[in-house]
Design a protein around this ligand. Structure first.
Ligand code: BDR
Ligand code: CA
Length: 313
């Protein structure tokens, strides 16, 4: 089977960085058409820069990187330096990127790529707030049938929130964008906190990265070391959740994940629960399903896949 064509939309972020590396290390399963950066974990000038640093680390200066939207549709940007550090990729010493940023706006890249593609052949992989994706859908509704699936990291049901008691960060930052995406009628697959909080980077798993003996292995170990300190204290767990790599892992090995096709609505008005993904896991609302909402992952299988793939870079 030919590899699935994907666009990664991202706000790196150490876990975004690992997700990009996993996708780039898996050319038999996924072909990365381009990477669009969005404001999220840190502001856009840093996320687009970080995306280029990661491509260079993977030796893939041929991947076009675009800057997209620098702020949510209707709200002031909320960032997460408290988790990811000042640069978004704090941890190891990082070189300045030398590969260029593309001139085109990220949203135009998404629109143009989809318009040129046959129906249902491109998968969008958002790893940050959904601003770029929603803007593309609003500006060019004709692209919707070209999308095979939107496979995103965001939201939560049983785990509820990480940035507020009710909301997960990516959805909270731009709830209006999330609402547009979830109401679009396009197939959506969601990797929420319910899954990522089972994908914990425990000490032996970090050591497997560190002892790979490669630059990629060392960087990934130092990145995970960095954000672990915050999450381990917050959750009292034996390791921090590795969120975004669940997206490419789901594309490569869907058998590692289980979930339900259910209705998911986004809270956009309540101050208390803004950005909540109201997931009808028990199918009590009677509302039509609009998303494949994953609930579980084979964590050992996930880390075995990740370690094996990263070692290829
Ligand atoms: C999500 O928020 C970001 O901090 C991570 O990169 C991930 O995409 C987890 O809530
Ligand atoms: Ca992210």
């Amino acid at each position: 089977m030919s590899p699935r064509k994907i666009i990664i939309d991202t706000d790196p972020g150490q876990d975004d960085a690992v997700a990009i590396l996993l996708a780039l290390a898996s050319p038999d399963e996924v072909e990365v058409l381009g990477i669009t950066a969005v404001a999220g974990n840190v502001p856009l000038p840093l996320t687009q820069r970080n995306a280029r640093i990661v491509c260079e680390l993977a030796g893939r200066t041929d991947i076009p990187v675009f800057a997209g939207c620098d702020a949510p549709l209707k709200r002031k940007l909320v960032t997460a330096e408290h988790v990811h550090g000042k640069t978004g990729l704090d941890g190891p010493q990082l070189p300045d990127p030398t590969m260029p940023l593309q001139d085109k706006h990220g949203v135009d890249f998404i629109i143009d790529t989809l318009r040129d593609a046959p129906s249902g052949t491109v998968t969008l992989c958002p790893l940050g707030p959904l601003t770029n994706i929603a803007t593309a859908l609003q500006r060019a509704p004709d692209i919707a049938p070209k999308i095979q699936d939107i496979v995103l990291m965001g939201g939560a049901y049983f785990q509820v929130g990480n940035i507020t008691p009710a909301a997960e960060f990516n959805i909270y930052v731009d709830p209006e964008a999330a609402e547009i995406v979830f109401k679009s009628g396009i197939p959506i697959s969601v990797l929420p906190l319910d899954v990522t909080h089972k994908a914990l980077v425990t000490a032996p798993r970090v050591e497997a990265f560190r002892t790979m003996g490669t630059e990629v292995g060392r960087m990934v170990a130092e990145w995970t070391d960095f954000f672990e300190r915050f999450d381990k204290e917050k959750y009292g767990s034996e390791g921090a959740p590795l969120h975004d790599p669940c997206v490419p892992a789901y594309l490569i090995r869907p058998d590692l994940f289980t979930g339900r096709h259910i209705n998911v609505e986004i809270e956009t008005t309540s101050e208390l629960t803004l950005g909540m993904t109201v997931a009808d896991w028990w199918r009590v609302s009677g509302r039509a399903p609009n998303a494949m909402f994953m609930g579980d992952v084979d964590a050992d299988g996930f880390f075995a896949l990740l370690t094996e793939r990263l070692a290829r870079l």
